[in-house]
Design a protein around this ligand. Structure first.
Ligand code: ADP
Ligand code: ZN
Length: 835
């Protein structure tokens, strides 16, 4: 950008452009999440823009910061100079910044964490501090008093090292809170020196030697008179529009670099280093995939979407249709129109469905126009895809959650497939939901959002009913292929009062028939369930909290039941509170036990087991699925990782080992998740020509989520909405989960109590219900004790500021006691689960 010499501001103030900048510091520290002003040295002024990454001095160190504005006057008397502008195109433009601000506001998170979302892949950097002694160890110690122990420790550690020591290493050696200030005072006394080093980014542009012909020179020579090798090279180049990378050229033509050099000497070709865009391998169809003609339901949906696109108006569509009803075809048609209109589209799919088949469908419909962004790509590939998108090479981006932030210009459409998937919610700060951010981004761009699902989230169902979303329905599978029959096995009546078997006779019999017919079967086991819930063996009732509509966790110690929402505890009852009988039993079954059971009953039948144990290596997941698909095994046993994205025509039977484990999660979304997951799993059956069969084992055959699977979805949705409405859960309120974690048991509990007090004070009169504190259902994770407080808010956006303020107040308090420095508080707005 070329800046004029000076700008006349409306208020008549004349200034030199870019003399001052407003920045946001790149730091997780909550207190620093506000704008700071700096001046810009003359020689850097034409290099700073909105979105530039700069280095700034900050409380005696250097930090990275994002430029967000150019104030006329600084807001401090003694403004400091920025130190450096990083060699990086601006990270965001005005619109992106607006989106980041929306995210920070809506999710009560810091602006710097929102900026990190839009940073190019592999380009995040850190400033490291290195410390070294400026004097000999003995001279240094002589200058210090005996009681200055931390300062002396720092000198000792530095003296023992031959090289400069990184600040983090220093802090690990000296377990004191005041290492940074000790280093600062040693620096003041000229005892130590500090150096700041900017880490290299993980990804950088790559280049390769490219060979190009020089057409004018070629016209002058008689090519027939050249040696055959050199002629081969020129022929190859001509067939490739005059350009080829050197290594490819040598390999393909089987020539040597001597021939190339000789051609270059004759001035017929030139060899130069060229930037290379690393391209991930997309799935490429061997033959172009057939383009089906939409059926009437698809066409009706397509017409509505196209109407909105042509009006250039922001609308949200909920496209509801069972698996195989042709939703993807609707996305493809909508994208086609987006491209015709000269705009671009982003398609989000759950990470697990980013299979080569999915990518193939998009890339074969829009050859050369599709970019992909997901975590299985190498960092260099991701960076290059990102750059290609920014430079406008691709009109379509397909990817997982974070592809939402792809730098496309002139956005026309965001499609979100399987919009109910919990993976659309980020589990690191800012804890955003892709559906909500997609809506925000599309609103700002005047674009259309298309949400697709067979089992829409209750959030979307409610919005569609209220007319906020436009509801589009695909009622049937393509070609009216039947949905699989669902049979429910009541496990209470299996086993005749003795030990209940893992696999019921009905399921076993079905497995035998499937195997004999030469077909394939999937056995699904939900392991997200806990084994520490109690269930009545007579009636299937799961012990739950009367107030919170969630299941209780069983604690063997003291024989108690605990509600992880409100913190209340109960003694374990002698008999079932529902039927008066019993016994109450704990549950849990692993994939391994199911595998043993199958091998015992179906000896010699090849089985593949897929769980976290068998999929530890990279790509193990795809390999196992690949060999199942190739028919190398007849039975696949697995956890939820097998539920999605699988299209295996040979599968005619799906067995659900225990539908109850998910129902028993101490989480208000347990029923909804169970219903969605089981529907998805059942959808794996009968995708080929032969009809499918689904067998669900449960102790709760009457549960609405189980009945929904067998066909009665309306009753389930009504029942679930009623529960949410009366117990005040989303989508009827906004839920905020306030997490408090600490490696210290008592500090965690004490902090949680204090956080509650702070929230009560700050939120008084704001119409917020505060529940807890209670230990989190996963009460200890990676060495951290976890507590939480649940807030139910009528109007979220009215309180996010107060929530942020409360966290700030908490950190003030945490400074008042030693263990406080390791306590962390974070907010999760509308969590997908409260575990
Ligand atoms: P969904 O996304 O709802 O699971 P798909 O769009 O993947 O459904 O469609 C399922 C299969 O049916 C795909 O192989 C697709 O190519 C095919 N298909 C989609 N629409 C039609 C149509 N109108 N006529 C024939 N085949 C179709
Ligand atoms: Zn409760």
């Amino acid at each position: 950008m070329c800046a004029p010499d000076c700008i006349i501001r409306p208020e008549g103030v004349t200034r030199t452009p870019n003399q001052y900048v407003e920045v946001i510091i790149d730091t997780p520290v909550q207190e620093l999440d506000r704008p700071f002003h700096y001046s810009v040295p003359e020689e850097l002024r034409d290099r700073v823009e909105i979105g530039s990454l700069v280095l700034v001095p900050f409380t005696n160190r250097l930090m990275l910061a994002y430029v967000v504005g150019f104030p006329v006057r600084p807001d401090v008397a003694r403004v400091k100079d920025i130190s450096r502008v990083l060699d990086e195109p601006p990270l965001f433009d005005f619109d992106t910044q607006r989106l980041c601000r929306w995210i920070a506001m809506h999710y009560a998170s810091s602006l710097s964490s929102a900026f990190r979302l839009v940073m190019p892949p592999g380009r995040s950097r850190k400033v490291k501090q290195f410390v070294s002694l400026a004097k000999s160890r003995d001279d240094a110690l002589a200058m210090l008093e005996e009681r200055q122990t931390v300062l002396r420790d720092v000198v000792e550690v530095l003296g023992a090292s031959a090289r400069e020591v990184e600040m983090g290493t220093l802090k690990r050696h000296i377990r004191s809170r005041s290492v940074s200030s000790a280093v600062a005072s040693l620096e003041e006394k000229d005892i130590v020196k500090r150096k700041f080093v900017l880490t290299e980014p993980a990804a950088s542009p790559a280049s390769r030697l490219a060979v190009r012909t020089i057409p004018e020179a070629l016209k002058e020579v008689e090519q027939d008179r050249l040696p055959p090798r050199q002629r081969d090279i020129l022929n190859h180049l001509e067939a490739h529009e005059g350009m080829e990378f050197q290594s490819d050229l040598l390999r393909v033509t089987g020539t040597s670099s001597a021939s190339l050099k000789s051609l270059a000497r004759k001035g017929l070709i030139e060899i130069a280093s060229e930037e290379l865009l690393r391209r991930p391998r997309l799935g490429y169809a061997q033959v172009p995939l057939e383009i089906p003609t939409p059926n009437e339901h698809q066409q009706a949906a397509i017409n509505r979407i196209i109407g909105a696109l042509e009006e250039k108006s922001h609308r949200v569509f909920l496209l509801e249709g069972v698996t195989g009803s042709g939703k993807t075809e609707v996305y493809l048609r909508a994208i086609e129109r987006v491209l015709v209109l000269g705009r671009s589209a982003i398609v989000l799919v759950p990470e697990i469905s980013l299979t080569p088949q999915t990518l193939e469908r998009f890339s074969s419909r829009f050859p050369g126009k599709v970019a992909v962004l997901h975590s299985r790509l190498g960092i260099g590939e991701r960076f290059d895809q990102w750059r290609g998108i920014r430079d406008g090479r691709y009109g379509v981006v397909v990817g997982a959650r974070s592809a939402l932030f792809a730098p496309v210009s002139n956005l026309g459409l965001i499609a979100i497939d399987e919009e109910h998937e919990p993976s659309y919610k980020s589990d690191t700060a800012p804890r955003y939901h892709a559906r909500e951010v997609a809506e925000a981004r599309a609103r700002m761009a005047g674009a259309v959002v298309l949400l697709g699902s067979a089992t829409p989230s209750l959030e979307s169902v409610v919005k569609a009913r209220a007319g906020i979303y436009e509801h589009l329905v695909l009622p049937n599978r393509i070609d009216d292929r039947p949905l699989p029959d669902v049979e429910v096995v009541d496990m209470k009546s299996v086993g005749g009062g003795g030990q209940v078997p893992l696999v019921s006779p009905l399921l076993l019999d079905a497995l035998v028939r499937t195997v004999e017919a030469g077909d394939q079967a999937i056995l699904f086991l939900n392991r997200r369930g806990f084994s520490n819930y109690l269930q009545c063996r007579s009636c299937g009732h799961i012990m739950g909290c009367d107030d919170c509509e969630v299941s209780l966790s069983y604690h063997r110690k003291g024989e108690t039941l605990l509600c992880h929402h409100c913190g209340k505890t109960w003694n374990v009852p002698r008999e079932c509170p529902d039927c008066g009988k019993g016994p109450l039993k704990r549950f849990g079954a692993g994939t391994q036990r199911v595998e043993e059971e199958i091998m015992k009953n179906l000896p010699g039948v090849p089985v593949i087991r897929m769980d976290t144990d068998t999929t530890t290596t990279k790509d193990a997941h795809w390999k196992l699925l690949g060999s199942f698909k190739a028919g190398e095994a007849q039975i696949l046993i697995g956890t939820q990782m097998i539920a999605k994205g699988l299209h295996i025509p040979g599968v005619t039977l799906v067995g659900v080992i225990n539908a109850d484990t998910a129902l028993a999660l101490p989480d208000f979304r347990a029923s909804e998740r169970t219903y969605q997951l089981l529907t998805q799993v059942s959808g794996r059956a009968g995708r080929g020509l032969r009809p499918g069969r689904v067998i669900v084992q449960t102790f709760n055959p009457e549960h609405p989520a189980v009945l929904a699977l067998a066909g009665d979805t309306e009753t389930f949705i009504e029942a679930e909405l009623e529960t949410r409405r009366s117990a005040l859960y989303p989508p009827f309120v906004d839920l905020v989960n306030v997490h408090i974690t600490s490696p210290d048991l008592t500090a965690a509990a004490r902090s949680a109590e204090r956080m509650k007090k702070i929230l009560e004070g700050n939120l008084a009169g704001a119409g917020v219900t505060i529940l807890g504190p209670a230990p989190s259902p996963l009460s200890r994770l990676r060495g951290q004790y976890r507590w939480h407080i649940l807030l139910k808010c009528g109007e979220l956006d009215a309180v996010t500021g107060k929530l942020k303020g409360s966290v700030g107040r908490f950190y003030e308090y945490a400074k008042t006691f030693p263990a406080g420095k390791d306590v962390r508080v974070y907010l999760d707005i509308n969590p997908t689960s409260v575990l």
